[in-house]
Design a protein. Structure first.
Length: 200
């Protein structure tokens, strides 16, 4: 019987989650089947159930795994003694890194979360809403200190996150710039777009 191939840094469960994220991104959660996943992993479908309970469990672990990483970073940044604009830059860099290094998981979290079922769906929506409120609160703090332009904070968060989501097209590009150049360009454009001028 075929076995799931792992390296010394990964468990079988982690291999399955990685393959599932790739499959869900490619086909969409609804269209992807456990048979598809088994073929991708290289085992019989029945063997998957030795490691996971269901396709639903996979979506849950992918969505909350990514969301929890973002929330952990938010808590870390909120506790740092740096300016609001520096906090925003730290969060943007983290988002960009996640989109570059863990693209398929982030894509699934951002696009397929609606297929979660309660109570997980409600929990995920609440966590997503809270993250954006905390992001907006940092922007509002920067506005009050006049190192961020007087903009609508909630709108700014949506625009920033949507722009970072556009890294999807960078992954598809056949003539893309390096990840380092992409990050530098995005930081320059996004932070430059919200930072108050030195004269202000």
């Amino acid at each position: 019987m075929a076995r799931i191939i792992i390296d010394k840094n990964s468990s079988r469960k982690e291999v399955i989650l990685t393959k599932a994220a790739s499959l869900f991104r490619e086909k969409g959660y609804k269209a992807a089947s456990m048979r598809d996943l088994a073929e991708s992993v290289g085992v019989e479908a029945a063997s998957l159930y030795n490691h996971i309970k269901s396709k639903t469990e996979l979506l849950h672990e992918i969505c909350f795994g990514v969301a929890n990483r973002f929330m952990h970073k938010m808590e870390e940044v909120e506790g740092e003694k740096i300016s609001p604009i520096e906090k925003i830059e730290a969060l943007i860099r983290f988002h960009i890194d996640e989109m570059i290094l863990h693209y398929e998981e982030v894509y699934v979290m951002d696009r397929e979360w609606k297929h979660l079922s309660d109570p997980y769906l409600s929990n995920f929506q609440n966590q997503r809403r809270m993250y954006r409120k905390r992001f907006a609160a940092i922007i509002e703090q920067g506005i009050s200190l006049k190192n961020i332009k007087p903009i609508d904070a909630s709108t700014a968060v949506l625009i920033l996150l949507h722009a970072i989501g556009g890294i999807e097209s960078w992954h598809r590009s056949t003539q893309k710039i390096s990840a380092e150049a992409l990050t530098a360009n995005m930081i320059s454009i996004l932070i430059g777009g919200i930072a108050a001028s030195a004269k202000g």
